[in-house]
Ligand binder design. Structure first.
Ligand code: AHR
Length: 325
């Protein structure tokens, strides 16, 4: 039994060391002078949004005097589960993570709860029905983001007399933002029966897959009027495909995206994107505040929403010089 426990602990430490190596983490679980130790499992580095989110979390942990054990899951749920188990084995004070997908977390979350380690969800939700498995969920309202994207299109196409063909680039299959942004958009465009999603496929939130999936759309759909991409990066990849096909992004095909990272805002200001719904990656300050509170045993709100806005082409030109990410 004892040998088994030691073996499990060693395996856990080796696993988190390997995973941390991807994200530049520190693999010791004890903080200096009573420092809080936070184990954080990140989705990966799939987009400009994610890079900005990682940077902010690392900077704000340092500013708050919290020792961060950072692990990059490289887009794989199994890596996140391994990292969380390793954090439990090491006895970190608090665990936070941004779940790659919504399902399949109950067992590992129960292990954290049984070990007495509070868990905070950041950015993305899980579908666990037992909400006592985590303390709070900090992040955006993705359904609202999808709805705002759809509302803009309904207004834009208010005078359309014929069909408005929309192709949709979905985020990672099974992830909360892909599910919710699809739902919110579909609900909003139901207000105008001319607007129809004619093709919808994943581009996995990356620029490369946004480009190849858009190439496929351009080959298989005759008249594309609008592209709705669940993030800027896929939209930017799609712009490359549209230009390579001899069409003008923003004019021949209207483009709506979500995030408002610098590259997306630049394309918006240049007229290549028509509208962006913001999703803020700057969750670090609020996360560190929640970490301190749950560590101190204080009660926190079970849902903490981030504040966001939307951008037209004119608004992007104004906002760009002061954009932080
Ligand atoms: O979960 C947030 C989403 O994940 C961002 O909108 C997208 O860019 C990222 O990959």
């Amino acid at each position: 039994m004892r040998v088994k426990m030691i073996a499990a602990a060693v395996t856990g430490l080796l696993a988190v060391s390997a995973l941390s190596a991807c994200g530049g983490g520190d693999d010791s679980a004890s903080g200096d002078d009573g420092q809080i130790v936070l184990g954080f499992s990140q989705v990966g580095a799939e987009s400009g949004w994610r890079t900005a989110n990682t940077k902010d979390i690392q900077e704000q942990a340092a500013a708050a005097g919290i020792k961060l054990q950072f692990s990059d899951a490289q887009g794989k749920q199994e890596n996140q589960i391994t990292a969380i188990r390793s954090f439990i084995t090491q006895g970190v004070d608090v665990i936070a993570f941004s779940p790659v997908v919504t399902s399949g977390w109950d067992a590992v979350l129960k292990e954290a709860k049984d070990a007495g380690i509070p868990v905070i969800l950041t950015d993305r939700a899980v579908d666990s029905t037992d909400t006592t498995l985590y303390k709070t969920f900090l992040g955006s309202d993705f359904v609202k983001e999808g709805k705002e994207a759809g509302d803009w299109l309904v207004k834009e196409e208010a005078s359309a007399t014929g069909p408005v063909n929309v192709v949709e680039l979905q985020g990672t299959t099974g992830s909360a933002p892909a599910i919710d942004r699809q739902k919110g958009f579909a609900e909003a465009i139901a207000a105008n029966p001319n607007i129809k999603i004619v093709k919808s496929q994943t581009g996995n939130f990356t620029r490369a897959e946004g480009k190849t999936t858009m190439e496929g759309f351009l080959q298989s759909v005759k008249d594309i009027d609008v592209l709705y991409a669940h993030n800027d990066d896929m939209g930017l990849g799609a712009i490359e495909a549209i230009e390579a096909a001899g069409k003008k992004p923003g004019t021949d095909i209207k483009i709506i995206t979500v995030d408002a990272v610098k590259d997306g805002m630049t394309a918006l200001s240049e007229g290549k994107i028509n509208y962006i719904v913001e999703c803020s990656p700057l969750l670090g300050t609020q996360l560190m505040d929640l970490v301190k509170k749950v560590h101190a045993g204080e009660t926190v709100e079970t849902r903490v929403l981030t504040e966001e806005t939307t951008f037209t082409q004119e608004q992007a030109k104004e906002a760009l010089p002061n954009r932080k990410y």
